[in-house]
Design a binder for this molecule. Structure first.
Ligand code: NAD
Length: 329
């Protein structure tokens, strides 16, 4: 069995590789060639925690595994992570566990890569300005994905927590300066998205984080944050204004995301607003951007297929490069 740390995962699996892996994962998912049972949640009432178990299997990529994510708010007081996560990668021929790896980093990289894949497929090729709303745990991978998919010159960051936005802009600014990218902060979501070509929202917001009117023609928008009906970051007007709306899973997004559930519930539009799944676009079953002036949207809540496919790739690359620590139980 191999233990693969966050640093080792980073070393063997680039954002470009992650984006390609997510395109494959989404295509196989939309073609019905994956097994993704509903996740199992166990309430650990005594410690006000919840343990979530997310298994999946994709035959074509030999990806079989389980992500364990716990949400224990009390951990903050103990100086421990509030959402610890671990990925277990298995051998699909024998059922044996082959590797254990950092689930938090896996989530960041596969979620960033999902938006990166959508941006690569849908954003205008000549995009120069990005906007990132939300400067939390997922933000650095989202920024990396955005900058991997398009050669942007400037990215504006906005977060309701101004200090966090400034700190992220400073740290990321130092990293991306060498690539000629200017990272700045904005005073509001509206200011950040105004004139931006690529927009990503990755917040825990319960109300839209920018007005639809501020989104220019030709922009591409990724919505990452809202994964519960009571969460919403994208304004309903954006969906009405957009020419193309993609999701990674119709079923998951319509069951989980307030971004679509709320406006559909209010009768502002129906689920027909969805053009298709990203995997259908990749398979050539639906058409993406048709005009430079089109506004395109991608909404994702995250599916287990992404985890197992990314983990399988990381494992194979780690073995190839001799990275990770081998151990016997
Ligand atoms: N789609 C997916 O596959 C996927 C994967 C992982 C996480 N997520 C979700 O993405 C969201 C962000 O994750 P994270 O780990 O970065 O969370 P986090 O708690 O680390 O950061 C969230 C940030 O959002 C900011 N925020 C909240 N409301 C805001 C508002 N109205 N305007 C601007 N900023 C606001 C907060 O200040 C915070 O900095 C969460 O909801 C998480 O569950 C989705």
């Amino acid at each position: 069995m191999r233990l693969i740390t966050k640093e080792e995962m980073r070393r063997v699996f680039s954002m470009n590789e992650a984006i390609e892996a997510m395109k494959q994962a989404f295509r196989l998912f939309s073609e019905g060639r994956s097994v993704v049972p509903l996740r199992t949640n166990i309430d650990v009432g005594k410690y006000e925690g919840q343990a979530l178990f997310m298994p999946a299997y994709v035959e074509e990529t030999q990806s079989l595994g389980l992500k364990i994510v716990s949400v224990f708010p009390g951990n903050a007081k103990l100086g421990k992570p509030v959402v610890p996560a671990t990925m277990v990668h298995m051998d699909s021929r024998t059922g044996e566990v082959l590797a254990i790896m950092d689930g938090t980093y896996l989530t960041q990289v596969r979620t960033g890569a999902a938006a990166g894949a959508a941006t690569d497929l849908l954003a205008r090729k000549d995009a120069t300005v990005g906007a990132l709303i939300g400067a939390g745990g997922q933000s650095s991978a989202q920024l990396e994905a955005m900058l991997t998919a398009r050669k942007l010159k400037e990215v504006r960051i906005f977060d309701a927590d101004e200090t966090r936005a400034k700190e992220t802009a400073k740290t990321q600014g130092e990293i991306w300066e060498k690539a000629g990218v200017r990272i700045v902060t904005s005073k509001s979501g509206e200011e950040a998205v105004d004139g931006a070509d690529v927009i990503t929202t990755v917040t825990t917001a319960k109300n839209p984080v920018f007005p639809a009117e501020a989104v220019k023609k030709g922009a591409h928008v990724n919505g990452i944050g809202s994964y519960r009906p009571d969460m919403q970051e994208m304004p309903p007007g954006l969906f009405l204004k957009a020419q193309k709306v993609f999701v990674e899973s119709r079923e998951a997004v319509l069951a989980e995301s307030g971004d679509l559930i709320n406006p559909i519930g209010k009768g502002l539009f129906t689920e027909k607003i969805i053009t298709g799944e990203l995997g259908e676009l990749i398979a050539g079953k639906v058409v993406g951007r048709e005009n430079d002036g089109d506004i395109t949207v991608f909404k994702t809540v995250g599916i287990g297929v992404q985890d197992v496919v990314a983990a399988g790739e990381i494992f194979r690359k780690a073995v190839e490069k001799g990275v990770g620590t081998e151990f016997d139980l």
